[in-house]
Design a protein around this ligand. Structure first.
Ligand SMILES: Nc1ncnc2c1ncn2[C@@H]1O[C@H](COP(=O)(O)OP(=O)(O)O)[C@@H](O)[C@H]1O
Ligand SMILES: [Mg+2]
Length: 241
């Protein structure tokens, strides 16, 4: 990392870490000092906030580690045949906890092929995209996550769609670069490091996939294409023949 990048990195990251940590500390302190005065409902609510904020920290730390790792040549990707649905269900339940006022619609055909990816990295990619969709969408709106595939296609596509402020076509490339955030009233209101999509694109491409965005009439869709395990099997079968 260059020196100026390092400074950016450290200042955005410390800012991003502070908010969830302050909240975790605050709610823990309140519970410790007022345990007997709090009803069960409040205790549960506070613990839930602590859980949400911890999840937020975990995502953040994962992204931080990725940025430093992306720069090193060492390849730590472990490709396996992965079933998409359960991972997306986990990702959605975690993000739903952080954004309870948003609705999530998961549409996955049972015939969707497995994909050949690193499971943790795939989780991270989808967390970044679903989190953005929740973060930059209209109040009480619905975020749609669906797959698209064909039997013998090389890739399985996963689309994340939300309604909201959208992205100008001139910014399509920019948002995938390091520390880039689009300046508008909404992004000024919500926190972010501008690293999520940079990391996401890098991880997708390391696994031989593709990522693209399109935004029109307030509808924004991010599409990730990842290698289908079907094709891999056929290729291997061919080699054996
Ligand atoms: N679904 C979306 N709708 C509108 N803008 C988006 C969406 N996803 C990403 N963006 C824009 O792309 C920028 C970069 O995203 P990202 O790299 O995840 O950084 P961060 O979320 O930390 O700001 C965001 O700051 C936002 O301006
Ligand atoms: Mg983000």
């Amino acid at each position: 990392m260059e020196n100026s990048d390092k400074k950016d990195f450290i200042s955005t990251i410390s800012h991003e870490l502070r908010t969830p940590l302050t909240s975790i500390r605050g709610f823990s302190q309140t519970m410790l000092s007022s345990w007997d005065k709090l009803d069960d409902e409040s205790k549960k609510r506070f613990i839930k906030i602590i859980e949400e904020q911890s999840n937020r920290l975990i995502n953040l730390v994962e992204n931080m580690l990725s940025v430093t790792k992306l720069q090193s040549a060492k390849d730590d990707i472990i490709l396996k045949e992965v079933v998409i649905k359960p991972i997306l269900e986990t990702v959605i339940s975690i993000i739903k906890n952080q954004y309870p006022q948003k609705n999530f619609e998961l549409k996955i055909n049972d015939k969707t092929p497995k994909i050949l990816v690193d499971q943790d990295k795939f989780h991270q990619i989808m967390t970044n995209l679903v989190e953005n969709a929740a973060k930059y969408s209209d109040e009480n709106s619905t975020i749609k996550i669906e797959t698209n595939f064909c039997e013998n296609c090389e890739f399985v596509a996963i689309k994340v769609t939300n309604t909201g402020i959208g992205i100008d076509e001139k910014d399509y490339e920019k948002i995938f670069t390091k520390f880039s955030r689009i300046d508008n009233p909404l992004t000024r209101k919500v926190q972010g490091s501008g690293l999520g999509l940079f990391i996401t694109k890098n991880l997708v491409e390391k696994m031989d996939g593709k990522i693209s965005v399109s935004s029109k009439n307030n509808i924004t869709t991010f599409e990730v294409q990842l290698p289908s395990a079907n094709i891999e099997k056929q290729a291997r079968a061919k080699c054996k023949r």
